[in-house]
Write a protein that binds this ligand. Structure first.
Ligand code: SF4
Length: 82
């Protein structure tokens, strides 16, 4: 009985970690990984929304074109762009 009481108390103290039903748990997960704050992004001269990603070597088409609102898993934060 005592263990049962302890488990109930612990369950009440445990913060809610699961998303509410119907909510997307992955929503806004990429907010901190945008190209606009990445050290590999080089803005196109004269533009504030478009640039090139220099994460990898260029292909025959050059470096990939990016928008500052794009993101990818290779994002590396550039603290000077925050
Ligand atoms: S595509 Fe990825 S690596 Fe390239 S600038 Fe954007 S976040 Fe950075």
């Amino acid at each position: 009985m005592r263990n049962h009481m302890a488990n109930e108390e612990q369950a009440e103290d445990t913060p809610e970690v699961l998303p509410a039903k119907g909510k997307d748990p992955w929503a806004h997960r990429s907010d901190g990984m945008k190209c606009g704050t990445c050290m590999f992004a080089v803005p196109k001269s004269g533009s504030i929304n478009v640039g090139r990603c220099r994460r990898h070597a260029p292909t025959m088409n050059g470096y990939p074109v990016i928008f500052i609102t794009d993101w990818c898993g290779d994002h590396k934060l550039d603290e000077t762009k925050i």
